[in-house]
Design a protein around this ligand. Structure first.
Ligand SMILES: *Cc1c(COP(=O)(O)O)cnc(C)c1O
Length: 398
């Protein structure tokens, strides 16, 4: 029964055209490593300072993962234990803030993450959120406005990094603002880590004091996260993860993170990162040709945020309609969305999964055509299935 359901899901991943910008297809090697008996080992603590015996090999594996993370991200400190991006971010709060302290991240509806101070998240309940948003006209970061809020509110922590922002981030500008008020700057590069490692986007280090990233988005590793940054914060950040927030680390996932970081060091990975943006640019052009309004006018990342209000359909309805045609996107709010999050005005889609599958610019343009026709009520199921059949992701045996 369980095996059947898993098989069905793998089949679905092969057949569907995955366009969710926060998802990807980890390599068979990464997946295989996650299924090893490393999962059995308790390893509270850090390499060389454990609370359990039998650490001879696991210490070597975790040390290797740490070294790789430092090398790949060109940072002096890395912690490979965070179970998820949300936990890595929470560790930063725990390390630098007290409950009630002010934190400044982008509001959720403008493209920030829940853990950047949203009311429904612990970061908005236990800390005082003084959010910034994007400029109403340009729908891009407005550093004059961000500086104004920062100088007025003096948050202890400033967060740069987003879940639905289609433009490159200038971390240096953020650093200058953080420096003026002596705030800690956190770069949450969860979405763009692969683009940074691939040297497509500029690097947040050394501007950011701390960097968090998930490992399963553009980085294309196992589900999990990394916590990195300046050497001087190593101790308090390590302590915030363990014993502050977590118990035993997931060593099978840590080994899989190491495998993903090995992949990220290759020439092929750079090509993949380049391809992600190239495909997104091709989709941008094709959407604009077809009269779609793109938030901020376009993209220079892996993702596009499409305002569907001039197309007479809301984001939720569009996402459901597309799923019926085997195209998987997110319904998503747009900045200053007049509609509620249950019926947002936009959809969010991205190209990392297409790039991993090996799709080309012509495919990306064809995908936009298929989306456009599907949104007009046409049945494009067979065409989508024919396309994905050309670019299979996993063998039956996974
Ligand atoms: C995805 C994401 C996270 C959270 O990652 P989880 O692993 O889902 O907890 C944090 N920050 C940003 C910007 C993200 O996009």
């Amino acid at each position: 029964m369980l095996e059947d359901l898993i098989k069905k899901e793998v089949e679905r991943q092969n057949q569907d055209l995955g366009l969710i910008p926060s998802e990807n297809y980890a390599s068979p090697r990464v997946l295989k490593i996650m299924g090893t008996p490393l999962s059995n080992k308790y390893a509270e603590g850090y390499p060389g300072k454990r609370y359990y015996q039998g650490m001879k090999w696991v210490d070597k594996i975790e040390s290797y993962a740490i070294e790789l993370a430092k090398r790949v991200f060109k940072v002096p400190y890395a912690n490979v234990q965070p179970h998820a991006g949300a936990i890595a971010n929470l560790a930063v709060y725990l390390a630098f803030l007290k409950p009630g302290d002010k934190v400044m991240g982008m509001s959720l509806d403008a493209g920030g993450h829940l853990t950047h101070g949203s009311k429904v998240n612990i970061t908005g309940k236990w800390f005082q959120s003084v959010p910034y948003t994007v400029n109403k006209e340009t729908e891009m970061l407005d550093f004059d406005e961000i500086r104004k809020i920062a100088l007025k509110e003096k948050p202890k922590l400033i967060i740069a990094g987003y879940s639905a922002y289609p433009r490159q981030v200038d971390f240096k500008e953020f650093k200058e603002i953080a420096r003026e008020i002596d705030a800690i700057l956190l770069a949450d590069i969860s979405h763009i880590a692969g683009l940074i490692v691939g040297e497509i986007h500029s690097h947040p280090y050394p501007y950011a004091d701390v960097i968090t990233t998930t490992t399963h988005k553009t980085l294309r590793g196992p589900r999990g996260a990394l916590l990195m940054g300046k050497e001087k914060y190593a101790k308090i950040l390590d302590k915030a993860i363990f014993p502050g927030l977590q118990g035993g680390p997931l060593e099978h996932v840590i080994a899989a993170k190491a495998a993903a970081l090995e992949e990220a060091s290759t020439k092929e990975f750079k090509e993949y990162a380049k391809k992600i943006v190239k495909l997104a640019k091709a989709m941008e052009e094709e959407f604009l040709n077809r009269g779609y309004r793109l938030v901020s006018g376009g993209t220079d990342t892996h993702l596009l945020l499409i305002d569907l209000r001039n197309k007479g359909i809301n984001g939720k309805k569009a996402a459901v309609l597309l799923e019926k045609n085997h195209i998987i996107v997110n319904a998503n709010s747009i900045p200053f969305d007049p509609n509620p999050p249950t019926k947002p005005s936009g959809i969010r889609l991205g190209t990392p999964m297409m790039a991993t599958r090996g799709m080309e610019v012509d495919d990306a343009k064809y995908v936009v055509e298929l989306i456009d026709r599907a949104l007009q009520g046409e049945d494009v199921k067979e065409e989508v299935l024919n396309l994905t059949k050309l670019y299979p992701v996993y063998e039956e045996s996974v």
